[in-house]
Write a protein that binds this ligand. Structure first.
Ligand code: KIV
Length: 272
């Protein structure tokens, strides 16, 4: 029987994250977009599950995160939220779902929590969205910030490249401090130099979760499909592949196709 249905290990909350930071214990986070993987992840010790708008790239077939809508995110978050019991579930607020006004941000954050079952929402950006961050937190919804490479701004940033080099570093430090002061409970730092991520992690009281940000952050996050090796063509420097599932799945499906067409499946043992 799955541990998932028999044990009830302590639920990870914002309090857990604060304690981990104080006690210098690392935090693990991974993305997830459906119930099947949600159950598997929740049965491990992984602390946080992010229903990322990276869904645009890895499950919805878009070339980036920009076409991802609130309806997509509510739908995907719900499928994970209905099965996850232990890990802290964070849902991404997609492109332009929080930038227009505080009211828009509140309404949409509320949907991810109320309809999707998220315990927190994640937003990209710094100084420009502080009123939204404050209002969402005041409404009782924890907010995770996201600085460095913010994929929703890919057209302004001019591509998926390391951020925070030279003068830009101070802007990211200032934004990180402001987000923490505004009440964010954690901060994702994506594709920034390791030394900068370490400095921010020392300077702010909330946990930093890095992706392509070196080992000095308080935790790490990776995209599920990337760490499981679904796509053999995607191997950026920051990624460690813990499996080669793309190959395993492809071999299994090829074998199934062969056996159906060759008449080996179903055999007598699969028939009534
Ligand atoms: O959407 C996402 O998966 C993310 C992670 C890369 C942090 O924002």
């Amino acid at each position: 029987m799955s541990k998932h249905s028999s044990d009830s290990p302590a639920q990870v909350t914002v309090k857990t994250l604060q304690k981990r930071k104080q006690e210098k214990q690392k935090i693990s986070m991974v993305t997830c977009y459906d119930a099947a993987f949600g159950v598997l992840i929740d049965d491990t010790g992984i602390d946080m599950i992010l229903v990322g708008d990276s869904a645009g790239n890895v499950v919805l077939g878009f070339k980036d995160t920009i076409p991802v809508t609130m309806d997509h995110m509510v739908h995907l978050t719900g499928s994970v939220g209905r099965v996850v019991k232990r890990a802290m579930l964070v849902a991404d607020m997609p492109f332009l779902s929080y930038n227009l006004s505080v009211e828009q941000a509140l309404r949409n954050a509320g949907r991810l929590v109320q309809e999707g079952g998220a315990a927190a929402v994640k937003v990209e950006g710094g100084a420009a969205i502080l009123p939204q961050v404050r209002a969402i937190v005041q409404a009782g919804i924890p907010v995770v910030g996201h600085l460095g490479l913010t994929p929703q701004s890919v057209h302004v940033l001019g591509g998926y490249r390391v951020q925070g080099k030279g003068d830009q570093a101070q802007v990211i430090i200032d934004d990180a401090i402001k987000l923490a002061e505004a009440g964010a409970c954690a901060l994702v730092l994506e594709l920034v130099p390791a030394a900068l991520a370490e400095e921010i992690s020392r300077k702010i009281p909330i946990p930093t979760i890095g992706i392509g940000a070196g080992a000095g952050t308080d935790g790490q996050v990776l995209v599920l499909h990337d760490l499981l090796g679904f796509n053999s063509d995607f191997s950026p420097k920051f990624l460690k592949k813990y499996a080669n599932l793309g190959e395993v799945i492809s071999q299994a499906l090829t074998q199934y196709d062969k056996e159906v067409k060759g008449g080996q499946f179903p055999g007598p043992e699969h028939s009534f």
